[in-house]
Design a protein around this ligand. Structure first.
Ligand code: GLC
Length: 515
């Protein structure tokens, strides 16, 4: 029996974020759909990931690409229907892949029947499901900026929206809202989903005094700073609900506060989130000093309370890995080695396994009011245009170099980014030290980041060279390069040097003798 069999699956998993609009299209409308995703599950299985997080697929006016939901328990016709979703769950499960949905508790669409009722009159029974005030305070909204309050002419009050005015915030202090949202979770859990990524979960509790926040005067938005005790109470309720289901269903929160100490609090006493996203590494430039600090901070804040870390270097709200690190393929490859060898659960954003860069939009092709289109571009499946997207042109332009970066081109090349990700995921699966071992920083040249992952029976060393020249990394004992980010010197005895912007995974030579 494996020594790790008692661990919940998500601690050893690698999770892949699917942005359904841009994944794969089957009906020729230029927008990815659920049948398209089902058709590519074998690609994801071959990549070697363990679970998928599906960005929102619910009915929506799409003011915020589906994060403005008008029916929590259905599928938008753009993506398919409920039967497609059931089919996706079973086809994923047949392949041993878990499926996580995106749960958006902080706000609905202004087209949600609850809000339509709420705004219809001050006496409506659902009035208090949202947050209405006679006077606004100074809170600021995200995406377009400006006040977080919108005036409703008909009922002559302001309603609160931390994001677009089309996304009114729910009032989680009302027990009926809590119960309605619990029903939403039960609906999906009963259908077999394995958990949820919870959108901006730190926003659900609001300061009951509605005092002005001085940080908003300095231009910050509520999403960056909202951090109320009541959000923790809400989370404890969600956790109790989810823990009633068998199979280690998981809650992963988007706690978008840029402080790992504050993020750590959202794990509670193992009675809130199972895992939280942690954004400082995603914000970090390509700089070993910054990464060293982020990783130490994560180890200190989360390790101390046995909260399991997560690692993500990009997502649909931020520039892609390669674009943020100066367009360099070498850096994108070295970053992949780091992402997949730190202690915790890594998240791969679709297309990073192809080293895609952000797409360029113009005033004509721009879609997102928040300017986040870059990373959301369609995946190029085939070498030749339209890259497997037949029918209408896709909703956003393809990323640069889609011909050479297409899945088809990369499957044919054994030095491609896709091949590196596949090899890294195999390496991780086969090494207990990489999956669940301890993390220990090793002394090294300031341009290097070096660490050891170890458990009783297994050990790896990882070294990443952030610099533009070769550096030495002397080690006692004999080590074999299991993976190098540029494929140079793989499966050879490690010679103590790390090439410019190269990352290596080393295993002790004795393991080979023992086998
Ligand atoms: C989260 C989502 C983002 C969305 C926002 C509002 O940050 O990741 O895409 O705009 O919440 O739902």
């Amino acid at each position: 029996m494996s020594t790790t069999s008692h661990l919940p699956w998500w601690k050893e998993a690698v999770i892949y974020q699917v942005y359904p609009r841009s994944f794969a299209d089957t009906n020729g409308d230029g927008i990815g759909d659920l049948p398209g995703l089902i058709g590519q599950l074998d690609y994801l299985k071959a990549l070697g990931v363990d679970a998928l997080w599906l960005s929102p697929i619910y009915p929506s006016p799409m003011c915020d690409a589906g994060y403005d939901i008008c029916d929590y328990t259905n599928v938008d016709p753009l993506f398919g229907n409920l039967a497609d979703l059931d089919h996706l769950i079973s086809e994923a499960h047949n392949r041993g892949l878990k499926l996580l949905m995106d749960f958006v508790p902080n706000h609905t669409s202004d087209q949600h029947p609850w809000f339509i009722e709420s705004r219809s009159s001050r006496n409506n029974p659902r009035r208090d499901w949202y947050i209405w005030r006679d006077q606004p305070n100074n809170w600021r909204a995200s995406i377009e900026g400006g006040s977080a309050w919108a005036w409703d002419d008909r009922s002559q009050q302001y309603y609160l929206h931390f994001f677009l005015p089309e996304q009114p915030d729910l009032n989680w202090h009302n027990p009926q809202v809590v119960e309605a949202m619990h029903q939403v979770l039960r609906f999906w859990l009963d259908r077999g989903v394995d958990g949820f990524r919870i959108d901006v979960v730190h926003c659900v509790g609001k300061d009951p005094t509605f005092a002005d926040d001085p940080r908003c005067m300095a231009g910050e938005t509520m999403v960056q700073i909202n951090d109320q005790p009541y959000s923790h109470e809400v989370l404890r309720g969600l956790r109790r609900l989810v823990d009633h289901y068998p199979g280690d269903r998981v809650l992963i929160g988007e706690v978008n506060i840029r402080s790992t100490v504050q993020v750590a609090a959202y794990y509670g006493a193992s009675d809130e989130l199972h895992m939280s996203f942690n954004f400082p590494p995603l914000d970090a430039p390509w700089d070993p000093v910054v990464f060293r600090l982020c990783i130490r901070e994560t180890e200190n804040c989360l390790g101390a309370q046995s909260a399991w870390p997560t690692w993500a270097l990009s997502n649909h709200d931020n520039s892609r890995i390669r674009s943020r690190y100066g367009g360099s393929l070498l850096r994108a490859h070295a970053a992949a080695v780091m992402l997949l060898t730190l202690r915790g659960t890594p998240f791969i954003f679709q297309g990073d396994e192809l080293a895609l860069e952000d797409t360029q939009v113009t005033t004509q092709t721009r879609v997102d009011p928040g300017g986040r289109d870059g990373s959301r571009a369609p995946l190029p499946w085939k070498t030749h245009t339209p890259h497997g997207w037949t029918g209408k042109a896709p909703w956003l332009p393809f990323p640069p170099d889609s011909t050479v970066l297409s899945v088809e081109a990369q499957e044919a090349a054994n030095d491609s980014t896709l091949s590196l990700y596949r090899r890294l995921l195999i390496c991780r699966r086969e090494s207990e030290a990489l999956r669940i071992g301890e993390w220990e920083e090793l002394p090294s040249h300031p341009q290097l980041l070096a660490y050891r992952r170890h458990c009783t029976s297994d050990e790896r060393i990882v070294c990443i060279n952030f610099g533009e020249v070769e550096h030495t990394f002397p080690l006692a004992g004999q080590w074999v390069t299991e993976i190098t980010s540029d494929r140079q010197g793989e499966d050879q005895r490690f010679d103590g040097t790390i090439a410019a912007e190269q990352a290596v995974i080393l295993r002790p030579e004795r393991i080979e003798h023992d086998q």
